[in-house]
Design a protein around this ligand. Structure first.
Ligand code: CUA
Length: 353
């Protein structure tokens, strides 16, 4: 390991500025060290045997060797164990990176040819920049308005594809204040190489100052609440049962029973699909009457609606582990013949808890 410690000082790697950086580098350098070790060992052994067993007389016939079981087992088992070790270590890092963190500050990121937009929890937006508080766990929920992009922060050793039509997640804890590169790492058209920016890690107090200095904007969930009303979502989705659509209070993170008998977890992907393609999964006990909002909303707006739906479930919805506690699944009431005229009467009934 001391060789590794020395290698870590060599400045051919980007700075280590996140909680993942050190272990990713250790892993990378270990692979490197293993490769060098075996390359050199094989080259030296080959040279040695070439010289030792070179033909000395023109009529020399070498002695036949009939194989050696012990040797063959050794050179099979050792590489096997090394591969298993590499797999195990790599899988562990992968698992950490792709498991959703708890209690993380969530920032919404949308990629668009050729810029990165981000929206902070309190509403501040930025383009091609990302200001972050030092030492805080950050989760990015990302999607694309057009084609595939990839959000790459070399100093954090994190890179995640940003895919149109779905949400991807990446997370990290910045461990060092400073300004770092942000790249798009997926070829996305003419200006791909210009789809770059800065990640600026600030001391928590400076981050608060930065937030305060920005233009006042409504938080994603507040904007989502306005959208929810202006799109008239609240004429069918009440904050309690009895609407033409299921109540959305507490739905986020809960298990939803579907018309076809299956169950889904109401995560971001499910909510997005239900907004853009409502016919895809019908909640048990409801009619497929919701119109699609495909083409009427930007990805940013869909994220804002989801942020609002999350916020009305905040009391208990986040605890996906105990589905029993989720507010009465709307299976019971909603008779198929529910009088459609009752809906307009409930306008304005949508309240934030
Ligand atoms: Cu976006 Cu390359």
């Amino acid at each position: 390991m001391s060789l590794l410690t020395i290698l870590l000082q060599v400045p051919f790697l980007p700075e280590q500025a996140s909680s993942f950086a050190q272990e990713v580098d250790m892993f990378y350098l270990s692979l490197w060290a293993l490769t060098i070790f075996f390359s050199v060992a094989v080259a030296v052994a080959a040279l040695f045997f070439m010289l030792k067993y070179r033909r000395r007389r023109i009529d020399e016939i070498p002695e036949q060797v009939e194989g050696a079981m012990a040797l063959e087992i050794t050179w099979t088992v050792i590489p096997f164990l090394i591969s298993l070790f590499i797999f195990g270590w790599g899988a562990k890092i992968y698992y950490q990176m792709y498991t959703e963190p708890k209690d993380a500050m969530e920032i919404y990121v949308t990629g668009k040819q050729w810029m990165w937009r981000a929206q902070h929890p309190d509403g501040i937006r930025e383009i091609n920049q990302l200001h972050l508080p030092l030492g805080k766990r950050i989760k990015l929920t990302m999607t694309s308005e057009d084609v595939l992009h990839s959000y790459f922060i070399p100093a954090f050793r994190t890179k995640a594809d940003v895919v149109p039509g779905r949400y991807t997640m990446t997370w990290f804890t910045p461990t060092k204040a400073g300004t770092y590169h942000l790249f798009c790492a997926e070829y996305c058209g003419t200006q791909h190489s210009g789809m770059i920016g800065n990640v600026i890690v600030l001391e928590p107090s400076e981050y608060q100052q930065w937030l305060a200095g920005g233009p006042k904007e409504a938080s994603p969930s507040a904007t989502g609440q306005k959208l929810f009303a202006s799109l008239a979502c609240n004429t069918c989705h009440y904050d309690k049962d009895g609407g033409r659509g299921p109540s959305l209070a507490g739905v986020f993170g809960s298990q939803v029973k579907l018309e076809n008998g299956t169950t889904v977890i109401a995560d971001e992907g499910y909510l997005r699909e239900s907004i853009l393609n409502p016919g895809a999964k019908i909640v048990a006990g409801f009619q497929p009457v919701m119109p699609t909002f495909q083409g009427q909303l930007s990805e940013e707006q869909v994220l804002q609606l989801i942020a609002y739906i999350k916020s009305i479930g905040a009391q208990e919805g986040a605890v996906a582990a105990k589905p029993a506690a989720s507010p009465a699944p709307p299976t019971a009431k909603a008779s198929p013949a529910a009088p459609t005229t009752q809906a307009p009467a409930a306008q304005g009934g949508q309240k934030k808890d």
